[in-house]
Ligand binder design. Structure first.
Ligand code: NDP
Ligand code: GDR
Length: 356
């Protein structure tokens, strides 16, 4: 008997989005294959709850070792798994880090995407396998127009964005040249309690929790003026899935349509732990004071400034609303609170465990 269960392959399954997407697809009845990198310590913390013993007879989640820089490995994984849908989420995804590792970022994020598309062609899977590419609002870079939509011109401002620009266009090209079902989701920033600890929202919510619990003195940040369109990752992975369920492959912006300054997000996070901040000074001298004690809790550290910055992102998600029926639910204010509450819970639990 042949199984009618759909098969998905997720690269970057150990990341924030990979974890949420794997759960969503398993809940929809898919057999999910995930690509994870070999690491000297555990890197599967986000998918622990869905990890399955490989000896189980009816698996729904299977992990494979792989790397976006290794073409033969990717071809073999695609051959073995014969996916109906590939979600290419793997990337060196930190913008600032990409200035320090530009060649690696180009290789993994840009050429890595090409490797997967070629795997589909080499294996003759053009008619079977649909391909989702994790494109990004960083493509817009230097502001050309607001809000930014599917037709806004790109102007990348980092090695990360330049690598993702190549990936975006190679996906469009393979769709047009070979009739592949391949689509870009141009996703604006999306966060969650699973967000990597060095991205600004999570850095802020963890610091607010740690300062509240007396485990950290101060939070050092870079550009407080940057504005981002922040949504909830759980809702954005549903949009990824919807993008691959359309009759015709097309590119879509997923965004909330609202933008918030980094400084505002900081004030909210501290408010959520019961601390009211007052901002004084400007530029590198700007500081956030606890109004109750007068202590400086937030300072600017120019180390976190980027050589070229993306100042303002605000997305226009109307195409996704109309064609996909996708809309965000969680506001950025609610998102911030959810992240702070979870960081407080995790930190309090670890203290109790240490003291027990
Ligand atoms: P994360 O940084 O949380 O996850 C990235 C994933 O890619 C991790 O599983 C990581 O593995 C894996 N990875 C990195 N390099 C390689 C490599 N060379 N080979 C194989 N796997 C690799 O990112 P997110 O989940 O936040 O984002 C998912 C994708 O969406 C990324 O491509 C990102 O660029 C893009 N994106 C994200 C947005 C966001 O706001 N979150 C917005 C728009 C686009 P490991 O766990 O071992 O490090
Ligand atoms: P971004 O996210 O660069 O938008 O890329 P990040 O959270 O790193 O930065 C957002 C903004 O905050 C400013 N900032 C700081 N950023 C970090 N990381 N650390 C700081 O201390 C700090 N202080 C201020 C930044 O300068 C920036 O303006 C994310 C990633 O997930 C990408 O992979 C994805 O493509 C885009 O979102 C959409």
């Amino acid at each position: 008997m042949t199984s009618t269960r759909k098969v998905a392959l997720i690269t970057g399954v150990t990341g924030q989005d990979g974890a949420y997407l794997a759960q969503l697809l398993i809940d929809k009845g898919y057999l999910v294959h995930g690509v994870k990198r070999r690491s000297s310590s555990f890197n599967t913390g986000r998918i622990e709850n869905i990890y399955q013993d490989p000896h189980e007879t009816d698996p729904r989640f299977i992990l494979h070792y792989g790397d976006m820089t290794d073409a033969t490995n990717l071809i073999r994984i695609v051959q073995e798994t014969q996916p109906d849908e590939i979600y290419n989420l793997a990337a060196q995804s930190h913008v600032q880090v990409s200035f320090e590792t530009p060649e690696y970022t180009a290789n993994a994020d840009g050429i890595g995407t090409l490797r997967l598309l070629e795997a589909i062609r080499i294996l003759g899977l053009e008619k079977k396998t649909r391909f989702y590419q994790a494109s990004t609002s960083e493509l817009y870079g230097l502001v050309q127009e607001v809000p930014q939509s599917e037709t806004t011109p790109f102007y990348p401002r980092s090695p990360y964005a330049a690598a993702k620009l190549y990936a975006y266009w190679i996906v469009v090209n393979y769709r047009e040249a070979y009739g592949l079902y391949a689509a870009n989701g141009i996703l604006f920033n999306h966060e969650s309690p699973l967000r990597g600890e060095t991205f600004v929202t999570r850095k802020i919510t963890r610091a607010a929790a740690a300062i509240k619990l007396g485990k950290q003195e101060k939070l050092y940040l870079g550009n407080l003026d940057a504005k981002r369109d922040w949504g909830h990752a759980r809702e954005y992975v549903r949009g990824m899935w919807l993008i691959l369920q359309q009759d015709v492959p097309e590119d879509f912006v997923l965004a909330t349509g609202e933008t918030t300054e980094v400084r505002q997000f900081v004030s909210w996070a501290f408010e959520d732990v019961g601390i009211t901040l007052e901002w004084r000074g400007s530029g590198v001298e700007e500081k956030g004071y606890d109004t109750a004690t007068g202590r400086v809790l937030v300072e600017v550290d120019p180390r976190y400034f980027r050589p070229t910055e993306v100042d303002l992102l605000i997305g226009d998600p109307r195409k996704a609303h109309e064609k996909l029926g996708w809309k965000h639910d969680t506001s950025v204010r609610e998102l911030c609170r959810e992240m702070v509450v979870e960081d407080l819970r995790v930190m309090q639990t670890s203290t109790i465990m240490k003291e027990a």
